[in-house]
Design a protein around this ligand. Structure first.
Ligand code: XIL
Length: 334
């Protein structure tokens, strides 16, 4: 109960956030979140399919519940995410006859109009309370010759959807909104460089991008912290802000291992690595405005269901909401 709060420890350097579902605004979860964090993001409630499951039908309840909780307790809110190829209603990519869109000029216009409608509706509701926005998520695919993910968005509009999303968000969410391009594995040199070139070119065209969101779903064994640091420095050299948007640290180094119980020694190694990572964030605090952990307790982590059902413990609190070694390593002032 009386342990130091994470935002007390790190809040002077960067905002410290956690991903929550609406039910985690209540009871013991809500208390834990309020105590340790000064920023929240919705794990699912603000994704396109949650907010607009069918065309023109907006569902705000869960998102509103998170926003209300955050406002009550003075927490910042990150918006995740306006545009993505996943968790988006199929209707988005159907043509006017209800058939899957093919790349025609007519479909391109229809899709870009829908993108604009979605962004304007969301921004109208939250523009005064949400300042940080993931505008597009996961647009890079380093296995493509040009580095652009071949999503439906790309197939129908090329890269125009990215530019449009940022311009419309700036207009609709206001001049104080901070707009992010978010992705995973941003430490990988190839992916990092595709992302860097894209952002540099967009900035040169006057597209309003304020920063890069580094998801940072990392593991116990990799990547090297120096690689993550180099990526942050590289984007900072463009004059951009960086946020660590979805940090967790899976204990498995591949997708198929499965332990019956997690050895304690692993949790201790995890603690040391969390500390080394946060030491790097502290060094880079002028370039990092927010560090958000993708979940609060090991009982509620997306890693336990993906890609196979198995126990993983990537977070700072255990399934009984007790502080883990990883938390204590961050709290240790020595
Ligand atoms: C995940 C959620 O945590 C899960 O609950 C959901 O089933 C799938 O999506 N990258 C992202 C996040 O940008 O939106 C994803 O969140 C995790 C990977």
């Amino acid at each position: 109960k009386d342990i130091p709060s994470l935002h007390g420890l790190y809040g002077g350097q960067f905002s410290i956030g956690t991903a929550i579902e609406a039910f985690q605004t209540e009871g013991a979860y809500g208390e834990l979140v309020q105590k340790h964090f000064n920023s929240v993001v919705a794990g699912n409630a603000m994704k396109p399919i949650s907010l607009q499951p069918s065309e023109g039908q907006f569902h705000w309840e869960e998102a509103d519940q998170i926003v209300q909780f955050a406002r009550q307790h003075g927490l910042e809110i990150r918006f995740h995410t306006l545009v993505w190829h996943n968790q988006t209603g199929d209707w988005m990519f159907k043509d006017k006859n209800g058939q899957p869109m093919t790349p025609t000029a007519e479909n391109k216009k229809l899709l870009l109009d829908r993108l604009e409608t979605h962004i304007r509706a969301v921004a109208a509701r939250y523009k005064n309370v949400i300042t940080d926005w993931d505008v597009v998520n996961e647009v890079i695919d380093p296995d493509q010759p040009d580095g652009m993910r071949r999503s439906k968005w790309y197939q129908i509009t090329g890269t125009d959807y990215i530019e449009k999303a940022f311009r419309v968000t700036r207009e609709a969410a206001g001049p104080n909104a901070r707009l992010f391009i978010n992705d995973y594995n941003t430490h990988e040199p190839k992916k990092r460089d595709f992302l860097y070139n894209l952002v540099r070119d967009l900035l040169a065209k006057g597209v309003p991008i304020d920063g890069v969101g580094h998801q940072s779903h990392i593991r116990l064994e990799f990547p090297a912290i120096s690689e993550i640091e180099q990526s942050i420095e590289k984007f900072a050299s463009l004059g951009l802000d960086n946020q660590i948007t979805e940090l967790d640290m899976g204990l498995y180094s591949n997708d198929t291992d499965r332990y019956e119980t997690i050895p304690e020694s692993m949790l201790i190694r995890q603690a040391h690595r969390y500390r080394a990572l946060f030491d790097m964030f502290s060094r880079q605090q002028n370039h990092i405005s927010n560090v958000t952990i993708w979940g609060t307790d090991d009982g509620n982590t997306w890693l336990s269901t993906f890609p196979i059902a198995r126990l993983d413990k990537p977070l700072l609190f255990d399934e009984r909401l007790k502080a883990k070694y990883a938390y204590w390593a961050l709290a240790d002032s020595s």
